[in-house]
Design a protein around this ligand. Structure first.
Ligand SMILES: Nc1ncnc2c1ncn2[C@@H]1O[C@H](COP(=O)(O)OP(=O)(O)OP(=O)(O)O)[C@@H](O)[C@H]1O
Length: 232
């Protein structure tokens, strides 16, 4: 079986322009392989580089060296070398992402926020809206909220809209950044079940889970990121 994700020799540093342009390295020679159906939790101390690796893996950060091979359209493509058009195509078809906070778009209802990635994949509007509503209901978002823009929703309600948007399109890869951070116990259980179902479908998942109980229940293994001064 072909890996869903194969990171090789990844390096990423930052330049602090407000501090005279000094640079520092966060990731060096990072390697990670994730198979379809596997869930890997990124671990390591605060500031080690977990979010940085996630952002590289999402195509949001440019990298300094290395490759991020993703199984996409039956081939391996290097996300680190992909142009903007290919990154959009990979995100639409292959790479889902649940961020910690919902990026609220004015006047777009919760249902449409969730239906949008499904329609982008070609699903007819009515079917996409039905799947969006079903997922929002499963995540205990009251039906009266489905037609409203999430701007005024509580933190936990916004996170559940975000989760529904991430889980709806069944992408072969799903990145999860603290997916249960603002959720109550009942909704945490729904997310744990959604992750188990995604794994059973063959989705490869990479996540940051500060909730250790959730991490232990969903992750097949951990991938430790060490601060570079410790790793040296
Ligand atoms: N855009 C950026 N510009 C400059 N420095 C950054 C940037 N993003 C991250 N860093 C720095 O890179 C290091 C790693 O940060 P990162 O957020 O990846 O850590 P983390 O392991 O996710 O930490 P936490 O568990 O606290 O969320 C930190 O020292 C951080 O200050």
């Amino acid at each position: 079986m072909r890996p869903a994700i194969r990171i090789e020799g990844l390096a990423k540093g930052f330049t602090l322009h407000l501090q005279g342009g000094i640079g520092f390295q966060v990731l060096r020679d990072e390697a990670l392989t994730v198979m379809p159906g596997e869930c890997v939790a990124l671990t390591g101390p605060s500031g080690a580089g977990k979010s940085t690796l996630m952002r590289c893996l999402q195509g949001n950060y440019g990298t300094d060296a290395g490759q991020i091979w993703l199984a996409h359209r039956g081939a391996e493509v290097d996300l680190a070398a992909a142009d903007a058009r290919l990154v959009r195509e990979i995100r639409r078809e292959t790479l889902g992402y649940v961020s910690q906070f919902l990026r609220v778009i004015p006047r777009v209802s919760a249902r449409d926020v969730v239906a949008e990635p499904l329609q982008a994949q070609g699903m007819p509007r009515a079917e996409a809206e039905a799947r969006a509503s079903a997922l929002l209901t499963r995540l205990n978002l009251p039906p009266r909220l489905h037609g409203l823009p999430p701007a005024t929703f509580s933190g936990g309600e916004q996170q559940r809209v975000n989760l529904a948007r991430g889980f709806a399109p069944h992408t072969p890869i799903l990145l999860l950044d603290e997916p249960t951070a603002s959720l109550d116990a009942a909704n945490r259980e729904v997310v744990i079940a959604l992750i188990a179902e995604a794994k059973a479908r063959g989705t490869a998942l990479v996540g940051i889970f500060h909730d250790i109980e959730v991490r232990d229940r969903v992750a097949d293994r951990t991938h430790d990121i060490l601060p570079l001064e410790d790793a040296a």
